[in-house]
Structure formats: C-alpha cells, structure tokens
Design a protein around this ligand. Structure first.
Ligand code: CU
Length: 182
C-alpha cells in the first residue's frame, strides 16, 4: 500500500510532460528497450510520443491460460483470461479484469480468501505502479477475479501476483511482463 502510494505520487509529479518522461526513461535503459522506433522507420516519426514495446525482450505476448511458476516454486499462478484480451491501457471508466488461478506445488488450489492474494504492478522503465488498487474477489477453486486494474499508460508493465500458500510459511510471487502499446 505504502509502495503504490508513493509511486503514484511520484508519477503524478511527472505527468505534465509525458514526452520528457519517456525520453528520461530511455536514457537510463538498455538500448534494446528504446531502439524499437528505429526498427520501423517512418511509422512513428511525426505522431508524437508512441510506445512500441512489442519487440521488447522482457515481454511476453498475451494468450489465455498462461501459467507462471512463482520465483521460489511455491505456487503456480495461471492467468486464465484478461478482459479485454490482450490487456489494454485503461481509458476513462474502463479497466482491465483478470481471472487468475493459483495452485500450490501439489496442484492444490489455494483457499478462496482474497486476503491471501496481492496484486502489484510496476512500470519498470518509469518507476511507478498503478495509481489505484484493483479489487480481488474469490471465484472458487483457487480462482480470483482481479478487477479495476488500472494500467494507466502505454509501455512495459510487470504484474506480480503474490500469494500466501497455506502449505508454505513464506509469501512468494509470480510475475507477468506485458507490453501495452499506445
Ligand atoms: Cu509509466
């Protein structure tokens, strides 16, 4: 909570100049992350800031039922679906909704308790998260609906699903990295 609050504060102080923000982000990054515009000459030279991260080596293309093993192998989070699919930048009043199923190392679904699950977002190139928290609802059989996901700008997003699995004393997370073009 404290994390996202400070991150959103940081972001709001930068929103006055998205162009400057993007330029600044590119300075400190690997060339690969910022070289996509040179790969497609003529397509984005006169349209203002346009994010093309589809070829970024960090990202994966969305498809339904994407499994991710958590970093310590404690659980698997499967992105059953995204609505819209693929995930999109939030526009006024329209947010993304994900269905995520979480099973432990023995393929046993975790209990239907939203408090066991934490959803964190980060734009690694900008150093901020979503400005608002999504809503997490248990749907049964280890499946959780995560609604009102606020991907408020285009670019690379890291989405970490934290879960407290009853059979494990430690909290672990599984990460999805997507490009939201815009
Ligand atoms: Cu950003």
């Amino acid at each position: 909570m404290a994390n996202s609050a400070s991150a959103s504060y940081k972001h709001s102080s930068m929103t006055s100049s998205v162009g400057l923000l993007l330029a600044t982000a590119c300075v400190g990054l690997s060339l690969a992350a910022c070289s996509s515009s040179s790969d497609s000459p003529g397509s984005d030279t006169d349209a203002g800031p346009k994010v093309t991260c589809e070829n970024d080596p960090r990202i994966v293309a969305y498809s339904p039922n994407m499994p991710r093993t958590s970093t310590q192998g404690i659980f698997t989070a499967t992105l059953v679906s995204s609505d819209p699919a693929p995930p999109v930048v939030a526009s006024q009043g329209a947010y993304d909704t994900w269905l995520v199923r979480i099973t432990d190392a023995n393929q046993v679904p975790i209990p239907d308790d939203p408090k066991l699950v934490t959803f964190k977002t980060l734009m690694p190139d900008h150093g901020h998260s979503s400005p608002t928290q999504p809503r997490i609802t248990a749907k049964g059989n280890g499946t959780f609906e995560i609604s009102q996901i606020n991907f408020m700008m285009a670019g690379v997003w890291e989405i970490s699903i934290y879960a407290q699995v009853p059979s494990s004393p430690v909290q672990d997370f599984a990460k999805f990295t997507f490009c939201l073009p815009g």
